[in-house]
Design a binder for this molecule. Structure first.
Ligand code: GP9
Ligand code: MN
Length: 620
């Protein structure tokens, strides 16, 4: 017997089939999903199916009048979600999360970056929607004769459920504890599919909101014990060496360590920094530990010695939490604290978050004179930014802690002709080619800044700390990067590329290069100890980079880690010395530490646990 709405029901099969195949094609062409064996390829192939069958199967119970509309609208919405992931992935090499979607105030500022990421050929991502639309409009024959009986409808839904369990079963065998250990979104998407991943992400979001409501101080005890046990005392000779000096912190946008002492077209990329590190402590095994919150994550890590979150930007998701950040600590030691960044104050929710971190003043967009002439890419050019910032600095009370966040070396690395000091690299990848130009420009801006500091008399009584905030060149550009580095980019190399420069200049000290392995999380105790402030009682996961007793380790937000002996990434253990793969068991002790730290740090943030810190624990 033919069903009444048979034509519409036939669309179900059509819509499921088209989106299924499209999703798989997108997986293979637009995301870089690492497939290790046939089972993984099969999982990847089938993983969109169960969700699509379920969501389109709902149309069986929809009034036949509205059924076609439902199918087309659903198909369009799903395609849009898929496409949004594609665009996000092009730059961030990552999948969207709910918190990222709600960062709409950032979206309007993305301007030129977004246009670089979107092309007209992207309409191809919607070809199935066009096809569906065409079939409805012109009622093409083939879709008319695929009606489902009630029994078939039930079978269809049952099959979709069976597919879900089959998929989950396969995934579980490939990747045990998949859903409980979700550091890595790629693994999730690979195993349960992009659509289920989003549902899971929504579930996580609700869970984290509930976590704060349910948290109480008793959770802190274990974490406190861990932190106490891992406390590393400062190096005696350096403790307090910069007491009462100003602190100038410079967050260098997108600067990775590989540019230091390197050349492009036979010219130094960072001539000024190369010279400056001769008079400073330069850490060449220092890693960024940021997640989706990019610059804001780096700020969060540095100021709190806590890890950022594995999804979303903690600046957005937990700006109302209680923190014990550097500005707050320094406020109590008579410092004036400020952040200077010539972007909209609400970008990354800074205006709100800075209050929680204890900043006295945020010099943002409206504090700068910004015109078409002195802007490029994301806004005010770095040289102008520093020049105007020095004027602000002259007026703030001393001693101060001031953070400068640069902007010109930001994707897509645009630069005016007159600001180019080197020639672009010559690969097929425009992003990589231009990157060197803007890094070189930033280097020039830093030179100007240091000179200005000298001329206004601030250089001699300030410690100056420069660090790269996060990577600038994502894995999507490996090909051009292989050309530049003249080596293959294995996951091992890729992890090492997450090194960013850290330069600590202490007036009157010569300094040298230090190869201790650390990350942004270590900066808070390092800075406070130089200022002569004890951190023993602080809730921190980092340790003083100058201390000889510290363990050489950097834990990255995706669960990768680097020690003197091993490097762990993508579930594989490598020897740090040779880069060769070694038995995973060798990495296990550190893996435990990495998981514990990331887990504890997450608990502090999700539960807003620092609001209980320093209070007597409740005994009930
Ligand atoms: C924006 C600047 C850049 O204010 O910090 O942000 P990013 O995209 O690098 O996180
Ligand atoms: Mn940044």
């Amino acid at each position: 017997m033919k069903m009444k709405g048979s034509m519409n029901i036939s669309f179900v099969t059509m819509a499921v089939f088209l989106l299924w195949i499209k999703t798989y094609i997108v997986y293979k062409t637009s995301f870089d999903i690492n497939i290790e064996n046939y089972t993984q390829e099969i999982i990847l192939f089938i993983n969109p199916l169960s969700f699509l069958m379920l969501i389109f199967g709902i149309s069986f119970w929809i009034n036949p009048k509205n059924r076609t509309g439902y199918i087309v609208a659903t198909s369009l919405i799903i395609s849009l979600i898929l496409y949004a992931n594609v665009v996000y992935y092009r730059f961030f090499n990552d999948f969207l999360t709910v918190p990222v979607l709600f960062q709409t105030s950032n979206m309007s500022d993305l301007g030129s970056s977004v246009t670089e990421l979107i092309t007209i050929t992207d309409l191809l991502y919607f070809s199935d929607c066009f096809l569906l639309f065409y079939l409805i409009k012109f009622r093409a024959r083939p879709v008319n004769n695929l009606g489902f009986t009630t029994l078939q409808q039930r079978a269809f839904m049952l099959l979709s459920l069976a597919m879900t369990f089959f998929n989950l079963g396969l995934a579980e065998s490939e990747r045990p504890q998949l859903l409980t250990r979700t550091f890595d979104r790629e693994i999730l998407v690979k195993n349960i599919g992009t659509y289920h991943y989003h549902i899971y992400d929504i579930f996580l979001q609700s869970k984290s909101s509930a976590q704060r409501a349910l948290a109480d101080g008793s959770k802190l005890a274990d974490i406190e014990n861990y932190v106490r046990a891992n406390y590393i005392p400062p190096k005696k000779e350096l403790f307090g060496i910069a007491q009462n000096k100003n602190v100038i912190l410079i967050s260098m946008e997108s600067v990775q360590n590989f540019v230091i002492n390197a050349k492009v077209n036979d010219e130094e990329i960072t001539p000024f920094l190369n010279e400056f590190i001769e008079d400073s402590f330069y850490f060449d095994h220092f890693y960024h530990q940021t997640g989706q919150g990019k610059t804001s994550d780096s700020e969060f890590i540095v100021d709190n010695s806590l890890y950022p979150l594995s999804r979303g930007a903690v600046f957005f998701t937990h700006s109302a939490n209680e923190y014990h950040a550097i500005p707050e600590v320094l406020d109590n030691h008579g410092y004036y604290t400020a952040s200077l960044h010539a972007n909209n104050k609400s970008f990354w929710n800074r205006d709100i978050m800075y209050k929680s971190l204890g900043y006295d003043r945020f010099f943002s967009y409206s504090d700068y004179e910004i015109s078409k002439e002195n802007s490029v890419g994301w806004g005010l050019k770095d040289i102008d930014f520093f020049q105007q910032s020095v004027q602000h600095l002259k007026d703030v009370p001393k001693p101060f802690y001031a953070k400068f966040i640069t902007l010109t070396n930001h994707f897509p690395f645009e630069l005016d002709e007159q600001d180019r000091y080197v020639k672009p690299f010559t690969s097929n990848d425009k992003t990589v080619n231009q990157y060197f130009l803007t890094v070189r420009y930033l280097d020039e801006a830093l030179k100007t800044f240091i000179n200005e500091l000298k001329s206004v008399g601030l250089y001699e009584n300030s410690i100056i700390i420069l660090y790269g905030d996060h990577y600038g060149i994502s894995e999507n550009h490996n090909k051009a990067m292989e050309e530049f580095l003249a080596e293959d980019i294995t996951p091992y190399v890729s992890t090492q590329l997450q090194r960013v420069p850290l330069i600590v200049h202490i007036p009157g000290m010569k300094g040298h290069t230090l190869s201790s392995i650390g990350g942004q999380i270590d900066l808070k105790p390092t800075i406070l100890h130089l200022l002569g402030i004890e951190t023993k009682a602080d809730m921190q996961f980092g340790s003083d980079l100058f201390s000889q007793e510290r363990m050489d380790i950097a834990v990255l937000r995706d669960g990768s880690f680097i020690t003197k002996d091993y490097l762990f990434t993508r579930n594989t253990c490598y020897s740090s010395k040779t880069g060769e793969q070694v038995e995973k068991a060798l990495c296990n002790p550190y893996l435990e530490k990495a998981k514990t730290e990331l887990g504890y740090s997450d608990q502090i943030i999700y539960g807003d646990l620092l609001r209980f810190y320093g209070q007597p624990l409740r005994t009930n």
